[in-house]
Design a protein around this ligand. Structure first.
Ligand code: PLP
Length: 364
């Protein structure tokens, strides 16, 4: 089986972890401090606040932005549940706007219609590693006094108009889950250029402490361990190589699959660096049969994502509604195929051959 994802862990990470274990200092300490500094430098942000996951990074960022009960946050329904769940954790309501069918990202022209006097923030996702169209969102946020929070969980190192994502909005949220472009096992990071938002995020991460045992606000234990941070520091040194390999793999697949009937290869906007967390094609007809066929032929796949969030049982039960036809169409058509940096040329060739044959057998 050619897996859909495969983290690259070498002796470098293993040695770094062993060193932390031997030091006896396991929880948040020096390694986290250094990782925050190195990762925020990498994303061109002034501050980095390491957290226990991408989900807790999102929750922390939303709370730091002052989002709470009664507020509304505009986001995409075509994303991993964590994006909108984190809005619910704060007591606020996610309001879903439709996607751009080419990029699969939140469509800036769908946002303004959704703004009410309860709206407090816009939460775009850089889906599959492609930056959302941030410039119009920055303008909308400024004009309406909203916070712009980037869900950058899939887009470490991606760039929008020459700038790293994660520091273009007020806050950025990254995940270091093992399938992402770089990993710490579990882990996350909030990035920001704003001193106050950074300070507040740091407090929320650690039970609202301004100093040891002085709890000024309600916080959580969302800290990252030094064990995880030591892995992240090594991964960060290699993330550009990993991304370059993802991009090269994507270029190869797009070239080879360009004329294959029944599938549409990914579109990349002209002004972005897309880091291909996923390589996601559209299969307009018989997507599920095509997925089964790929599995039977040894190609790992993923459906990112099969159900728009407002159709998930929990959201339906809570009466959280949405009407996003492009997102629903995408959910019925997308399929991700392997693009990760450990793929060999032989595996890439196999993927292409199997897809070409599958198109002839199923899609024509
Ligand atoms: C992975 C992911 C998250 C959550 O990250 P975890 O580290 O798994 O908590 C949030 N949003 C998106 C878009 C993701 O892909």
């Amino acid at each position: 089986m050619i897996n859909i994802a495969k983290p690259i862990i070498t002796d470098e990470e293993i040695d770094a972890v062993v060193e932390v274990l031997k030091s006896g200092m396991l929880a948040q300490g020096q390694q986290v401090e250094k990782f925050q500094e190195e990762f925020s430098n990498y994303t061109e942000a002034k501050h980095g606040i390491a957290t226990s996951s991408g989900t807790t990074a999102l929750h922390t960022a939303l709370l730091a932005a002052g989002i709470g009960p009664g507020d509304e946050v505009i986001t995409t329904p075509f994303t991993f549940a964590a994006t909108a769940n984190s809005i619910l954790y704060t007591g606020a309501t996610p309001v879903f706007a439709d996607i751009d069918p080419k990029t699969f990202n939140l469509n800036p022209s769908e946002i303004e219609d959704k703004i009410t006097d309860k709206t407090k923030a816009i939460l775009p996702v850089h889906l599959y590693g492609q930056p959302a169209d941030l410039a119009p969102m920055v303008d909308i946020a400024e004009m309406n006094d909203l916070k712009l929070i980037e869900d950058a969980a899939q887009a470490h190192g991606a760039e929008y108009r020459g700038h790293k994502i994660g520091s273009i909005g007020d806050l950025g949220c990254f995940s270091f889950y093992p399938t992402k472009n770089m990993t710490t096992g579990e882990g996350g990071m909030v990035t920001t250029n704003d001193d106050e938002l950074a300070e507040k995020s740091g407090m929320i991460r650690a039970h609202g402490e301004s100093k040891r045992y002085e709890h000024d606000i309600l916080g959580y234990n969302y800290r990252m361990t030094d064990i995880a941070a030591s892995i992240g520091r090594i991964q960060l040194k290699h993330v550009d190589e990993f991304n370059d390999q993802r991009i090269a793999n994507a270029d190869f697949l797009s070239e080879q699959l360009a004329d294959v009937e029944g599938i549409t290869t990914p579109y990349t906007a002209p002004d972005v660096k897309h880091v291909f967390h996923q390589y996601t094609i559209r299969v307009a007809d018989k997507r599920d049969e095509f997925k089964d066929y790929l599995t039977e032929n040894g190609i790992g796949t993923g459906i990112h994502y099969p159900i728009v969030l407002y159709k998930q049982p929990y959201y339906v039960n809570q009466g959280i509604k949405g009407d996003c036809p492009e997102a629903e169409l995408a959910a019925s058509q997308v399929i991700s195929i392997p693009v990760h940096p450990s793929l060999t040329q032989e595996e890439l060739d196999t993927i292409v051959d199997v897809i070409k044959k599958g198109s002839e057998e199923l899609l024509q």
